[in-house]
Ligand binder design. Sequence first.
Ligand SMILES: [Zn+2]
Ligand SMILES: [Zn+2]
Length: 392
Amino acid sequence: MATTTKDYYATLGVKKTASQEDIRKAFRKLARKYHPDVNPGDKKAEERFKEISEANDVLSDEKKRKIYDQVGFYSDQIDPGQAEAYARRQREGGVPVDFGGFDFSGFQGGASPGQQQSGSSWSSFKDIFSGIFSGAQQPQRPHGPQAGSDLEYQATVDFWSAIRGGQARIQIHRQETCPTCHGMAYTGGPMTCPECNGSGQVTQMGGRMKFNIPCPNCGGTGRISNECATCHGEGTVSRTETVEFRIKPGTRDGQRIRLQGKGNAGINGGQPGDLYVIVRTGTHPVFTRVGDDIQVKVPVTIAEATLGAKVDVPTIDGRAQLKIPPGTQSAQKLRMRERGVESAARPGQRGDQIVTVEVVIPTLNDERSREIMRELAKLNNQDPRVGLFEPL
Ligand SMILES: [Zn+2]
Ligand SMILES: [Zn+2]
């Protein structure tokens, strides 16, 4: 069986670090010595000349030389990206593809294998080859610790808890560390892979060719583990859990609370993710909260609105007195400073309460009241609609 991985550097007698100039000089020197023209009829010299020509063909071309350095041999069938991926995988501790048993004799006779692409062996070579290299590019499931992912949930807290602070709870579904395998995804010790009998390599036939590839069953490690029956090799199990969390006084609608480590569990000892709770604050039949301000509508009588009055209004702290100035119109807004919500962002500061006055028109059921109203109209006969006609 003709092998395979040829040491082109040794053939030309140069170091691996040789410059292009070194390679050119070495080749010229050897070519002068072994050229068929100067050794007519010498089979050995002819063979030697073929070898140095092949070595020079690859090493004098920067692109070909790079692939040769990365993979261990050169073929026109390998594209630089595949070679790069292969080399990267080797650096990261992957299992090298063993080309030692590779019989190139079926298709490689001359200086460059790329020149002899006819015949079935070449096409099968190409298929197998692309299989090996595309395999090398596939990302493998990492064996090291993997951090858990974050979770995001919405939680509605009632109006008063958001203002005064307190405890809240939420039911969530999260991935928890598997209690059987403690997140390792496997139970018991690893055992010998039955596919490759622990060698980590399997032999594949491709037409007349035979070569070794990493065992697909064990990923080339030669050992397989027993998948945990509880988590089916995931390392985590899904759980429904009630999580309790603290609400700061003044928490606003839409605020995000981070609960460290309450997200999904990590795998193989990886850190758990975080849980983010988005707070939705509940509503109230009387108060409307806008940021740190409280809005409330307060009905007043005609007498209170015209003459002015002190009226009791509800605030989040209970009853408080509000002065209605004489001549207050319906829908007019009155501000009660620092009667709003304590700020969660700026401790010690409070929002305002904004009162919208609503003048209530009385239903007059007796003749005496109607008489007084008519008299009032006569005494105050301003036309409230005059402004509507001025611009016409
Ligand atoms: Zn195996
Ligand atoms: Zn498990």
